[in-house]
Ligand binder design. Structure first.
Ligand code: ADP
Ligand code: MG
Length: 303
């Protein structure tokens, strides 16, 4: 069963911004999934449509077995959402925010308090339960949003940039918490612009750019791709027709240029030694970046 099915989703805002341009995506139940993309890519728009906070222009969204257009409240009951923006009253107490949320779902007070205690303790907020939410630090506010999102025991937890503004130490704690609840069977989808976050947590990822999915793969395969870099080398003299460099993946592109794939831990001087032995003199070397790597450089340096 898919936790989320999206087909041909479009969103054009009133100001004529085309935020989503035909998104199709399926996410398996039990998955830990990252939606990666630069600022303005459309991540929040997508998440907010799934949670019915934003109205789509066209397309289909199904949560487990329920189309949001057919039974909006049933679809919504499956989801816990942690938005990018803090959206609770800063004047209310932590525990009251959680109790009020549980009230929307008609959960009994006793059950609410049991669950609240469990999650507040797990997220190190228990001693803040009677504090006014506005006085919490950014990281605490984010964790309060997580407790609130989990109070009705959703099968799918969606977090929009959960660790933005959370310091490294706390981030690791939060990651462990998310791993634990995923282990317990909750499907987790998060958006992030930190590759490291996706790398640490997620089994599958999609990269979104300008409202389109440009890559949808397993984290493992993505890392394999990132581990490899291709260089273009120019030779001063004509390259031999049957060029080979031991175990290195080398391709003769024309009489004077070759491409070689190197892994992160390869010694590049070994390559030059082998070339020298064949009397090949290299005058230029450059990195052949592919779109994906460029995007990642962009993603990881921008923030
Ligand atoms: P991301 O979360 O990936 O940074 P968003 O979904 O927030 O991207 O934004 C996608 C695009 O839609 C951006 O160009 C943004 O300016 C625009 N946008 C987002 N929300 C609104 C809105 N409420 N009204 C108009 N344009 C919006
Ligand atoms: Mg966003």
């Amino acid at each position: 069963m898919y936790a989320l099915t999206i087909e041909n989703l479009y969103k054009t805002y009133n100001n004529n911004v085309h935020a989503l341009n035909g998104i199709s995506l399926k996410i398996e139940e039990g998955d830990f999934f990252a939606l990666l993309g630069p600022n303005g890519a459309g991540k929040s728009t997508l998440i907010n449509i799934i949670c019915s906070l934003v109205v789509k222009t066209s397309g289909l969204v199904r949560i487990f077995d329920t189309d949001i257009d057919v039974n909006f409240s049933k679809a919504k009951s499956y989801i816990g959402i942690v938005s990018q923006e803090f959206n609770f009253s800063p004047f209310e107490k932590v525990i009251d925010i959680i109790i009020n949320q549980a009230g929307y779902y008609g959960i009994r007070k006793k059950t609410t308090l049991q669950r609240a205690e469990k999650y507040l303790k797990m997220l190190d907020l228990w001693n803040k339960r009677d504090s006014v939410a506005g006085y919490l630090s950014g990281g605490m506010k984010r964790r309060l949003m997580i407790v609130r999102a989990l109070i009705h025991q959703p099968k799918l937890l969606i977090l929009d940039e959960p660790t933005a503004g959370v310091d490294i130490e706390l981030r690791r704690g939060l990651w462990q918490f998310l791993r634990d609840i995923n282990q317990d069977g909750i499907t987790v989808i998060l958006t992030t612009h930190y590759l490291e976050e996706a790398e640490n947590l997620c089994r599958n990822i999609a990269i979104i750019d300008q409202g389109k999915i440009i890559e949808h793969t397993s984290m493992r395969d993505m890392l394999k791709k990132l581990d490899k870099q291709t260089f273009i080398l120019e030779s001063e003299n004509k390259l031999p027709d049957n060029l080979s460099l031991e175990a290195y993946a080398v391709r003769r592109m024309d009489n004077y240029s070759l491409e070689i794939d190197l892994h992160r831990h390869d010694h590049i001087n070994k390559v030059f030694d082998l070339l020298s032995q064949q009397n090949i003199i290299i005058t230029d070397i450059r990195n052949k970046s592919n779109r994906l790597e460029e995007l990642f450089v962009h993603l990881t340096t921008k923030n």
